[in-house]
Ligand binder design. Structure first.
Ligand code: PLP
Length: 381
């Protein structure tokens, strides 16, 4: 069991079991924000171009290291939607092209493609028999017209883990890109996307990475990078303020740097990105494999201890499909009533699709699960 609650500032009278919504900011990241606020209060600190290049550069590096990819392939973003739209809009999809998504997926994975239906793109929404699409279900839906398969890695509404290797193979068989939303996995489960048959991995910084809201990233693997056209030429990707010191700048010859050409504008948004550097650093130094082991232990403690006459724990048969996100369907009472009861008892969870979602992370300990079980099993008593 890890013991790092001391790196956070969670109130001792409450139990935060909702990393799948928001990861709390660790103390070290809060300190970074305080320093950045100081910079902005006294902007002589911002006079040189150094902070504008250093902060995005360091963030790109810590995120790239975390998923074992080259810095040059990492895009800085403000959400996972940023990366998903970047790919959807950069592929020139239209009449005759198809995209496969899961009908029960998080909206971020479906909406960028729905928007392109107006240009003739066919969005094939496949309803999984279980919670996430199986390799066979993708194989049945895929055609030579399929240009993209876009799925969530860890499903927000069930916690089930998608078979990336299997579905990636099927996608490659028709030369489609496999676009994966890792928002509910990166920081909690180990992943090296370059070792898998996937082409894009997007994610948020504010859940399992415990960064500020409004942060995210996108890895574009080589197959995706070749196909996605850059939609902008951002001055800070090609120049710095130092280039503006003297007259005579010829903008017609400016070319973007390969690294960062897909980044969101304003990458030196100090308050958010300086904090995310520290949050990712904490996750990385703790070790994602250790975090995964710790979180799974907490999740199985929860599942083993919950009163089965009050909650249905769903299908937990295949250990390869399990994450630390646990969904419980209340058998007595509504999901709203149960979550209100838990909130009153000081246990913070989410209500999603008629179920209670509990998402323990590395700052939680066994005592948190004991408190959560007491509150869950005490419902109606
Ligand atoms: C799988 C998944 N993707 C994305 C998000 C967040 O959306 P976005 O970053 O696109 O705003 C969430 C949860 O909020 C999620 O569960």
């Amino acid at each position: 069991m890890l013991d790092i609650a001391g790196d956070f500032d969670l109130p001792p009278e409450r139990v935060w079991l909702n990393a799948a919504h928001q990861g709390p900011l660790p103390g070290i990241a809060a300190q970074a924000v305080a320093e950045m606020v100081r910079w902005k209060q006294q902007p002589h600190n911002l006079k040189t171009s150094k902070p504008f290049t250093e902060i995005p550069g360091r963030l790109r590096s810590v995120l790239a290291d975390l998923i074992a990819v080259p810095d040059s392939e990492l895009v800085l973003a403000n959400s996972s939607s940023y990366g998903l739209h970047l790919v959807a809009n950069g592929l020139d999809l239209g009449e005759g092209d198809e995209v496969i998504v899961a009908a029960n997926d998080f909206p971020s994975d479906i909406l960028p493609w729905i928007r392109l239906q107006a240009s003739g793109l066919k969005v094939v929404q496949v309803e999984p028999a279980g919670e996430v699409l199986s390799v066979d279900e993708v194989r049945q839906a895929i055609t030579v017209r399929t240009k993209v398969v876009c799925l969530t890695w860890v499903h927000s509404f069930s916690g089930q883990v998608t078979d990336l290797a299997g579905i990636g193979e099927v996608s490659r068989s028709v030369d489609a890109l496999f676009v994966v939303n890792g928002s509910q996995g990166v920081g909690a489960l180990p992943i090296s996307p370059a070792d898998l048959p996937i082409d894009v991995l997007t994610g948020v910084g504010f859940k399992w990475l415990c960064g500020p809201y409004g942060t995210g990233f996108c890895w574009l693997g080589p197959r995706a990078s070749d196909r996605v056209s850059p939609a902008k030429l951002y001055w800070l990707n090609a120049l710095t303020a130092d280039d503006l010191v003297n007259p005579g700048l010829d903008l017609s010859t400016i070319t973007p740097s390969a690294t960062g050409r897909h980044d969101i504008f304003g990458t030196a948004n100090f308050f958010n990105f300086a904090a995310l550097i520290e949050s990712v650093g904490l996750v990385a130094s703790t070790g994602v494999a250790r975090i995964h082991e710790h979180n799974l232990e907490l999740a199985s403690h929860l599942v083993d201890g919950v009163d089965r006459s009050l909650y249905d724990v769903g299908d937990r048969g295949d250990p390869d499909r399990l994450s630390s996100i646990v969904l419980l369907r209340p058998l007595a009472g509504s999901v709203e009533d149960v979550s209100l009861h838990l909130e009153t008892e000081g246990v913070d969870v989410a209500a999603r699709m008629g179920k209670i979602r509990l998402a323990p992370h590395f700052y939680n300990g066994d005592a948190d699960i004991v408190s959560a079980l007491a509150a869950l099993n005490g419902y109606l008593q």
